[in-house]
Design a protein around this ligand. Structure first.
Ligand code: TMP
Ligand code: ASP
Length: 251
């Protein structure tokens, strides 16, 4: 096999050079980190499940016209994606209070928010991804006003679609984080959804019991992390395509 050039390595994924210009290969690792990598573990099978869940979600979003970087899944851990210029923002959308919103504003976890709230965080590990406002984003040229408008509109569409999709399988979409990137067409660029959408980047609670089915199981040492991710995949109806090791459910 020819050695591929590694373009970037993050905490949970690696990007390799793609087969054609303008493409990359996104590889999903089993590594899990939390609290800016102060807490680390290897969760066997996580990369395989997240690759498949993210493929499923991105494909469904594409079908309703939410353009994104996903092209096709290549194998258990890799997908072919469009190369984008990542906008250095983590865009968080919340429907129910949890996590840093509860901590920062003293709103009890589980309280339904009066409306969906979108927040921006500046994607810089060495600063701990601080919360920023549109003023910071435009003043420092991280994104243009028009791009912010597109990001807000797309994020609300993603929220509506995913809330319905998960709601139909008995899962409450509490919150999620997405990222965007620019694709260039000549002198013009447009913003598309990038990165991944998986239980690593969403809070997903069982609608009946409020049991957590996402990365908070790892962050908060609740156990059964892989079992919970597997349960999300099972309810989405995509478990039959998983290798038997993961279907077995041990992790
Ligand atoms: P937060 O409550 O910790 O700010 O997290 C909000 C959402 O963003 C939650 O669904 C988890 C997700 N998230 C990430 O995907 N990556 C991160 O680095 C952080 C801090 C949160
Ligand atoms: N992904 C982030 C980290 O490693 C934080 C998180 O998801 O909690 O550190």
């Amino acid at each position: 096999m020819t050695r591929r050039k590694k373009i970037y390595e993050g905490k949970a994924k690696i990007l390799y050079e793609g087969p054609e210009p303008g493409t990359l290969i996104q590889y999903f690792k089993d590594d899990a980190t939390a609290f800016n990598a102060q807490k680390k573990a290897v969760l066997e099978g996580k990369g395989v499940i997240n690759n498949r869940i993210s493929e499923y979600v991105m494909t469904r979003l594409n079908a309703i016209g939410v353009h994104n970087h996903f092209i096709k899944r290549l194998n258990l851990r890799e997908q072919l994606i469009k190369e984008v210029e990542i906008i250095p923002l983590e865009v968080v959308c919340r429907n129910v209070a949890a996590g840093s919103l509860s901590t920062r504003l003293g709103i009890p976890e589980g309280q339904v928010l009066p409306r969906s709230i979108i927040e921006f965080y500046y994607k810089r590990d060495y600063l701990n991804d601080p919360l920023v406002t549109e003023e910071h984003i435009t003043a420092f040229n991280w994104a243009a006003t028009q791009e912010i408008d597109d990001i807000l509109a797309t994020t609300l569409r993603v929220n509506d679609f995913l809330s319905g999709m998960f709601g139909a399988i008995g899962i409450t979409l509490v919150d999620f984080k997405i990222e965007f990137g620019r694709v260039w067409e000549g002198d013009f660029s447009r913003v598309i959804l990038a990165d991944e959408i998986s239980p690593d980047s969403c809070r997903l609670w069982d609608s009946t019991t409020n049991e957590k089915l996402d990365k908070d199981r790892f962050r908060r040492d609740l156990g059964n992390v892989i079992e919970s991710y597997t349960e999300v995949a099972r309810r989405l109806g995509i478990m039959n395509e998983m290798p038997t090791v993961i279907q077995g459910g041990k992790g």
